[in-house]
Design a protein around this ligand. Structure first.
Ligand SMILES: [Zn+2]
Length: 98
């Protein structure tokens, strides 16, 4: 796995996706090489970047190298959930697929 983003179904890709540099987050619930793809949610003072979405199951923040869009599918390694990114009240949220 090179990125939690498994398929880029979102958007019509008219606008190129923003690319992000991911650095180590200290998230130690996954093997070291996957750590930069996840981080802990820090509570109400925290906010999500355009390449981040919160897992509704384990509340971990999933981070992709590219901007996420509604329709994308992402994988949450800490709880092994497959999620679909949807838009809700103008925000991107993840919904469990199975
Ligand atoms: Zn999860």
């Amino acid at each position: 796995m090179n990125d939690p983003l498994e398929s880029q179904r979102g958007g019509t890709e008219k606008r190129p996706r923003q690319v992000f540099e991911l650095d180590e987050t200290g998230f130690n619930e996954v093997p070291p090489r996957y750590r930069r793809f996840y981080r802990r949610w820090k509570g109400t003072a925290d906010s999500l970047a355009p390449n981040e979405v919160k897992c509704p199951v384990c509340k971990v923040v999933i981070r992709s190298r590219v901007e996420l869009r509604a329709g994308d599918r992402v994988y949450c390694m800490p709880c092994m959930s497959r999620l679909e990114v949807i838009e809700e009240n103008g925000e991107l949220v993840a919904k469990v697929l199975y």
